[in-house]
Write a protein that binds this ligand. Structure first.
Ligand code: SF4
Length: 503
């Protein structure tokens, strides 16, 4: 018997891009730590490696963080060690920096401006460069997380007050960042000028709440007010709420994958219902690539909303032909590989009465490597399906993400290295079709001018250092040849040449 970490997070099926992080903050509530605990609990799907919290009682900021799930990290004792009316919290899946406690967030420092704690969702493209400069001039880093750079910039700021020092420090970083910060008497929320990652602002009675997704507000009974705008710094303090916009105007590049997969369907992100957007992806997919069939079956849970839209537009019944085991944890005892499709079967089981003899449209939100899709298609066939047509509610994923999402090496992305027909053959389906880029961007408010679609196009809105590609161990050919500049000009486009097909 082997104890093996074989399934990854319990949410969804395997072979998905990994969520980035979730952030939460509350200002002016007598139970700030308890509210933050609940907020993080609702955001657990965004990161499962570590969880942490910092709270201020107006005099001192205290910190608690551990590796693991929110419910495991915080017990009553941990929560009671975080007194005060303001708190911030973080759930982490590492995208920059190793998976170690020292990289868990919040990060807390004490400096000439006083104590400050920070939580970050995203990825800074100029962190390495800034870090090297800071180390040269004497800074000593406690982690290898890109987020810590912001704190060193803050500590070195000569600004006369805390607000100006915060604005000065966040003005120097580039890339994707939704931040929440806590000082002795302030809660600060920052969203990068491109608005890559979501950040919502709400109210709970007289308190202010900020969080990655509105599902965290729902759990504590808070009301969504608006999004923190791209390029906005919101400061809640003793004198009320203040908004500062220190960045020059920039093209909006909200991450469309938040709507495709990352966010919970009961959330509003970027001002829109994820459920409604995802359902519209499905409708458009049916109109673009409908196929004669008897039943639409979602891959749970990731394909459910799009399958609802697909079935509606195609005039077909949607049935739950695959049932998910909701009690699969991160680890399980894998007896032997002798059971066919064991890894997938632990999570999903086909319903023969729905599938047998039927022409099935199988709907999912993405194919990354294709390995899981293949197992699922074969499982559906083995349950008696006459035909299996795979429909994907986003375009083919052909390029890695540099803005806070963990993507495999480009050579491992099946759509980057294989034609549609090769993918069809590999996953063993009768047909495979993806939603078009136009279909995707047409379903979100603001369309292509408001959204990042780099993982589908290989065109990047914010340039990244060339060695970032090396760091991520990507099998890339950068085009054009010379080293890419860091983050300037605003819409510097880098594109990737197609690799040769690998089997
Ligand atoms: S590259 Fe893809 S995953 Fe990354 S920010 Fe852009 S749309 Fe989102």
């Amino acid at each position: 018997m082997r104890l093996e970490r074989a399934l990854g997070p319990a949410r969804g099926t395997m072979d998905k891009l990994k969520e980035e992080c979730g952030v939460f903050g509350i200002f002016g509530h007598t139970e700030a730590a308890n509210m933050t605990y609940l907020g993080l609990y609702a955001l657990q799907h965004r990161g499962q490696e570590s969880a942490g919290m910092a709270a201020s009682d107006g005099e001192r900021v205290r910190l608690s963080r551990e590796m693991g799930y929110v419910a495991d990290v915080f017990d009553e004792e941990a929560l009671s060690s975080l007194p005060g009316a303001s708190a911030i919290g973080h759930v982490r899946y590492s995208t920059a920096g190793e998976s170690k406690l020292m990289n868990a967030q919040p990060i807390l420092i004490d400096c000439a401006h006083g104590q400050i704690a920070i939580c970050h969702n995203g990825n800074l493209v100029n962190a390495k460069e800034l870090r090297e400069e800071l180390v040269q001039s004497g800074s000593i880093f406690q982690s290898n997380s890109d987020t810590e750079v912001i704190l060193h910039l803050y500590a070195r700021s000569k600004a006369r007050n805390v607000d100006d020092a915060i604005v000065e420090s966040v003005s120097q970083v580039q890339g994707a960042f939704s931040l929440v910060m806590l000082t002795r008497d302030r809660l600060v929320a920052v969203r990068d000028p491109h608005g890559f990652r979501p950040l919502a602002l709400g109210r709970l009675d007289r308190s202010w709440v900020v969080c990655s997704e509105t599902c965290a507000m729902d759990l504590i009974g808070a009301t969504y007010v608006r999004d923190v705008e791209p390029g906005e710094v919101v400061i809640a303090g003793p004198h009320g709420l203040k908004s500062v916009k220190p960045y020059p105007p920039a093209r909006q590049s909200q991450c469309v994958f938040e709507h495709v997969y990352f966010s919970r369907p009961d959330s509003y992100v970027f001002g829109e219902s994820v459920n409604e957007v995802r359902t519209e992806f499905g409708r458009r997919l049916a109109r673009e690539s409908g196929v004669p069939a008897d039943v639409v079956v979602p891959i749970p849970d990731s394909g459910v909303c799009a399958a609802v839209g697909y079935a509606e537009a195609a005039g077909l019944p949607m049935r739950m032909g695959l049932i998910r085991n909701h009690y699969v944890g991160r680890t399980f005892i894998q007896p032997q590989q002798s059971i066919r499709h064991f890894g997938v079967r632990v999570k999903l089981n086909p319903v023969r009465s729905i599938l047998e003899g039927r022409r099935v449209v199988l709907v999912d939100d993405s194919i990354v490597r294709g390995t899981t899709s293949r197992k699922i298609v074969r499982m559906v066939r083995s349950a008696g399906a006459r035909e299996v047509h795979m429909r994907i509610s986003c375009p083919p994923t052909v390029s890695p993400c540099f803005y806070g999402v963990d993507t495999p090496r480009r050579s491992e992305l099946i759509a980057a290295t294989h034609t549609l027909e090769e993918i069809r053959k590999y996953v063993d389906a009768d047909s495979v079709a993806y939603l078009s880029l136009e279909g995707l961007t047409g379903a979100v408010r603001g369309g292509s001018s408001s959204y990042c679609t780099s993982c589908y196009t290989g065109i990047y809105p914010v340039a990244f250092p060339r060695d970032e590609a090396k760091y991520l161990q990507l099998a890339l050919k950068l085009n054009p040849g010379p080293a890419a500049p860091v983050a300037e000009p605003d819409h510097a486009a880098l594109s990737f040449e197609k690799d040769t097909v690998v089997s």
